[in-house]
Design a binder for this molecule. Structure first.
Ligand code: SF4
Length: 374
């Protein structure tokens, strides 16, 4: 019998599992706290659980992190881990420390099926969904290894952004329990405002998330007009901009923040013209409460795209700001370890040669360096 990985259970799931073992449901809370609050992976550490339960768990269950292929630490403190998820697939997580918060960017899929034009992950295709244990294992490992490093039990990660590899809303059944574990006071105790799901615009699942577990929402927009967005984000053909914005407004009825973050990757000569800036203003101002995050593109050869110049980004941002749209230009972090957006595929190929043939797309394209409001 394969041992079940308890990292895959939210508190409700763990309670059901304890009942299956003939244990009281409240034991699940103790167990859950040991795993997620204290980072325990050995049942013998769990001193307030009866020896008989610990033995039962040891014979049927495990708490297993993902094997770490590599870790790189930037001069600015950014840390990037590459995790092995088996069968030649790998995913990455990036920790971004700032003075008032610690943000972890994590992956939801190995590869991605959406195929955005400017995204290295999208270019390399979809391998598989991560399960809940694989999603939460990135947070579990990062939080507890960072605590050990700082030599205290103080929480390190205050914000989680689902902006790594994959479209989280196309892996909803695994995502939802992972979000609940992040929010659970017996787990990571993060506020809904500090957990962000980033989507390319899977409209029906935006509605599901609003009903099931509303957290902060970021939407990859990248164009104010359908004809161009169809090319940049192919999912737009299925869920065009008007439908997406309607879903955003429905989401705002229950969102923990009173705005949606729109991500806009600046592509030279493609979506960075003054005309499109004005179209963006027309589209959003007065229609959706939002903030806009302009992202420097990190080029990769297969894209055929280049990064907008600083001058073009500034001119674009000025139009938005003067029109009253709250706009930030994302700063890059971890440049010296290639942890900025879209740089990770090259890093993997350079430094983990044993994985070159196998790793499909270990790249954080969307937001390894996001600076969200606290
Ligand atoms: S930007 Fe996101 S949704 Fe688009 S292909 Fe890349 S990972 Fe997938």
């Amino acid at each position: 019998m394969n041992a079940v990985n308890l990292l895959g259970f939210d508190l409700e799931g763990l309670a059901a599992y304890c009942e299956q073992l003939g244990e009281k449901r409240f034991r699940a809370t103790q167990l859950f706290r040991w795993i997620h609050k204290r980072g325990a992976s050995d049942f013998d550490q769990m001193s307030d659980l009866a020896k008989s339960l610990r033995d039962k768990l040891a014979s049927r269950a495990q708490i297993t992190a993902l094997p770490v292929i590599s870790e790189h630490v930037s001069a600015d403190g950014t840390i990037k881990w590459l995790f092995d998820v088996g069968a030649g697939d790998a995913v990455e997580a990036v920790y971004i420390p700032e003075s008032d918060r610690g943000t972890l960017c994590i992956s939801s899929q190995a590869g991605c099926a959406v195929g955005c034009r400017f995204c290295s992950t999208g270019h390399q295709g979809f391998s598989r969904n991560l399960d809940t244990a694989e999603i939460i294992a990135q947070l579990w490992y990062a939080e507890h290894s960072l605590r050990r490093r700082q030599g205290s039990d103080e929480r390190v990660i205050s914000n989680v952004v689902m902006m790594g590899m994959g479209e989280p809303l196309q892996n909803y059944s695994a995502l939802l329990p992972a979000l609940r574990m992040m929010l659970d006071d017996h787990g990571y105790g993060l506020s809904r405002r500090r957990v962000t799901v980033s989507t390319s615009g899977v409209v029906p699942m935006i509605d599901r998330l609003r009903d099931d577990c509303p957290v902060a929402l970021a939407v990859s927009l990248h164009s104010p007009v359908d004809a161009l967005r169809d090319q940049l984000v192919p999912l737009n053909k299925k869920y065009p901009i008007a439908e997406l914005l309607d879903a955003c407004n429905r989401y705002l009825e229950r969102a923990p923040r009173d705005f949606i973050t729109f991500e806009y990757c600046m592509l030279d000569g493609v979506n960075d013209t003054p005309e499109l800036a004005h179209e963006l203003v027309e589209l959003l101002r007065g229609h959706v409460s939002c903030k806009i995050n302009l992202i420097p593109f990190n080029p990769f050869p297969a894209s055929g795209l280049t990064r907008s110049s600083r001058e073009r980004v500034t001119a674009f941002a000025d139009i938005l700001i003067k029109s009253g749209l709250i706009t930030t230009v994302r700063k890059t972090r971890g440049d010296d370890i290639d942890a900025a957006c879209g740089q990770l595929a090259g890093e993997v190929q350079d430094r983990t040669s044993a994985y070159v043939r196998m790793v499909r797309a270990p790249v954080l394209v969307k937001a390894a360096v996001v600076a969200l409001p606290s």
